[in-house]
Design a binder for this molecule. Structure first.
Ligand code: SF4
Length: 352
């Protein structure tokens, strides 16, 4: 469970019942030396303690900002969904390859938003504008939202909200495993929960502060048993000699657990691929590389622009170094048939 060392409250957030409740909760923890502070704007948390960028980075990772989400115009979220649903920002983990190195920079504090009613009302307006088309919202575009669920209840609120919407779907991805608060919600099969997995070498070398892959698989199976559509992200996929075998082994382990659980627990039917897969090859931005090298100069993360990479502009106005097209082709030829062969009811949403 993520327990912050300091919690900053935007003054306006205290007007909302959720903001007040979280304030009371932390104020009552007097013995735990949690620093509480009122700030004027949630995006101006001030300087984080520490003598080096790395110390300040980890201080920010242990800082929670409780704020009000002002911009309710929802950004696009291709290829996973139509729109982002901004429930929170940041993640207590510190995976070396994390996309937040680009979007949140060197002091990625966590933020949760207390105006959930307004955020969900904005989602309703966005989906109504697209009727009669269906609309999908992504709850993890800028965060791992499950990490803050015990404080905000934002996922539970969103899951029950979308359960009642005929033309909308909700989805989020996570590496967290405390799914207990979600298990007995009336989800209507309209929320798909996906878990990010990787091979042992990547987990060992580049993932930090997150539950192990095997526990993520178990959390997915618990949710699947409760009738949630679930999915898996193979992310990021790295190119190295023998990658085909390593990712194949991961799929084999997953398939074994899936089969066993399906036989023992008799999974209720779900709509759509069962499970879904998203394949995301490793990529990095100039900004991410600069931040990672400054924070973790010892990392062996492959960040050489000249080593099998190509540059491509993305939907958010900055470019990324992707692997060469030939690697994408190999992933398509090797992993997709493998997945479809193992998981006969499964499906691959996309490969990027
Ligand atoms: Fe980033 Fe995801 Fe790791 Fe959190 S779990 S640090 S969001 S890659």
């Amino acid at each position: 469970m993520f327990i912050p060392e300091r919690v900053f409250f935007e003054r306006e957030a205290l007007i909302y019942p959720l903001g007040e409740e979280i304030y009371r909760r932390f104020a009552a923890k007097t013995g735990e030396k949690i620093e509480l502070k009122i700030i004027e704007k949630h995006n101006r948390a001030g300087r984080f303690p520490g003598d080096t960028p790395r110390e300040r980075f980890f201080a920010a990772k242990r800082t929670l900002v409780v704020g009000v989400r002002r911009s309710l115009k929802m950004a696009g979220c291709r290829p996973s969904a139509d729109y982002q649903l901004p429930l929170s920002t940041g993640c207590p983990g510190s995976c070396r390859y994390c996309y937040l190195h680009t979007t949140l920079g060197k002091t990625p504090s966590l933020r949760l938003y207390v105006n959930l009613d307004e955020i969900l009302q904005a989602a309703r307006e966005h989906l109504e504008r697209r009727l009669p088309q269906e609309t999908t919202f992504e709850g993890s575009a800028t965060s791992d939202p499950l990490a803050l669920e015990y404080l905000s209840g934002a996922l539970a609120r969103s899951i029950t909200f979308f359960a009642a919407e005929e033309k909308a779907y909700f989805r989020f991805a996570t590496k967290q495993t405390d799914v207990t608060p979600l298990l007995n919600l009336p989800h209507g099969g309209r929320t798909r929960i996906r878990f990010s997995l990787n091979i042992p070498a990547v987990e060992r070398n580049y993932e930090r502060g997150v539950p192990p892959v095997r526990e993520r698989i178990e959390a997915a199976l618990l949710l699947r048993q409760k009738g949630y559509p679930v999915g898996f992200l193979l992310a990021p996929i790295f190119s190295f000699p023998g990658w085909e075998k390593e990712y194949g082994n991961l799929l084999g382990v997953l398939h074994q657990r899936w089969q066993k659980a399906a036989a023992a627990l008799s999974f209720p039917p779900v709509e759509g691929p069962d499970p879904s897969f998203e394949l995301i090859t490793h990529r990095f931005t100039v900004r991410a590389k600069k931040n990672i090298m400054e924070l973790f100069p010892e990392t062996t993360l492959p960040l050489d622009e000249e080593d099998g990479r190509r540059f491509k502009f993305g939907q958010f106005g900055y470019g990324k170094y992707l692997y060469e097209k030939s690697f994408f082709k190999r992933v398509e030829e090797v992993l997709i048939p493998h997945i479809l062969q193992l998981f006969v009811d499964g499906g691959v949403d996309y490969l990027v």
